[in-house]
Write a protein that binds this ligand. Sequence first.
Ligand code: FAD
Length: 321
Amino acid sequence: MSVLIFIDSSEGHVKKASLEVLTYGAKVAEQLGTTAEGVVLGSVTEDLAALGKYGVKKIHHVNDHALDHLDAQVYTNVIAQVAEASGAGVVIFSNNVDGKAIAPRLSVRLKAGLVSGAVALPDTGNGFVVKKNVFSGKAFANIAVSTPVKIIALSPNGYKIQAGEGTAEVVASTATVPAAKVKVTHVIKASGEVPLTEADVVVSGGRGLKGPENWNLVLDLAKELHAATACSRPVADAHWRPHNEHVGQTGIAIAPNLYIAIGISGAIQHLAGVNRSKVIVVINKDPEAPFFKAADYGIVGDAFEVVPQLTAAIKKLKGVA
Ligand SMILES: Cc1cc2nc3c(=O)[nH]c(=O)nc-3n(C[C@H](O)[C@H](O)[C@H](O)COP(=O)(O)OP(=O)(O)OC[C@H]3O[C@@H](n4cnc5c(N)ncnc54)[C@H](O)[C@@H]3O)c2cc1C
């Protein structure tokens, strides 16, 4: 009974979220006294054997161009075949966009209990109990999973990446790839150099910036920090910024290492999408803004004065001004 980890990739590159689930999955395997194996779908340019340093012993590679883009139904079918062939007792995903699309389908297919949004290693002392976030991160629930096969979708930033030594054995999987029922005719890529969900640093703006004409404040700071940009919902609703930048309960959930919120009040629906960030910096002119309660660092001040100074200070630090 092995632990199978879904190694998510995009355009041939393994996603950062996968390194987290690899580290986590290897620990789960260690706890259960078994081995960690990975599954990669589609063509990948990276050295998969090198992923062994995160603790995975074997990687099943289904190297078929038909899997280069996510199709949740096809991915579920192929991962189910690999899980069954490898005798997986636990299957692990990141609870990112891809994981959210595949894990519930796989759960139905394998009749496996699923815990999505896990934030800690399972307690295997008495059964199999997994801690997860509930109520937009306001509380935790401990979920006991009793099905023979168990699925965990780990919250992004839910576990620290740890690299050690070792290489993984990469095996060409014999899983068959079913014909897709839907066809992607074209893809429009979101603007921005760094995808929001993968970004280490995110600079985000709210209604406090008054209008789209002032967004250079956010963009200039983001450029200096090689950051992705985000916004609150009213900003996207007012078409100041595109909807793919809207973070929160009804937008994208992100978990960067650093989240800088400018002119955002910190409503619970906004926090729901950003409170997994490692460090939160809030810039707001109102000292009573609720966001300060969730902040690691806060600057009480007018964004129109503070942000240009911050950008200039970063440029100076980098020696470009
Ligand atoms: C069902 C539901 C789902 C929702 N989902 C989401 C969601 O996913 N994401 C989301 O963001 N919201 C969501 N909302 C909306 C949410 O409740 C808030 O209304 C929204 O987050 C507020 O956006 P804001 O902070 O940009 O604007 P405001 O609440 O208007 O806050 C603006 C802030 O800017 C500050 N400010 C003003 N001028 C300056 C200045 N010159 N310098 C510095 N600071 C300044 C003000 O002090 C204030 O704190 C949802 C609401 C509902 C009901």
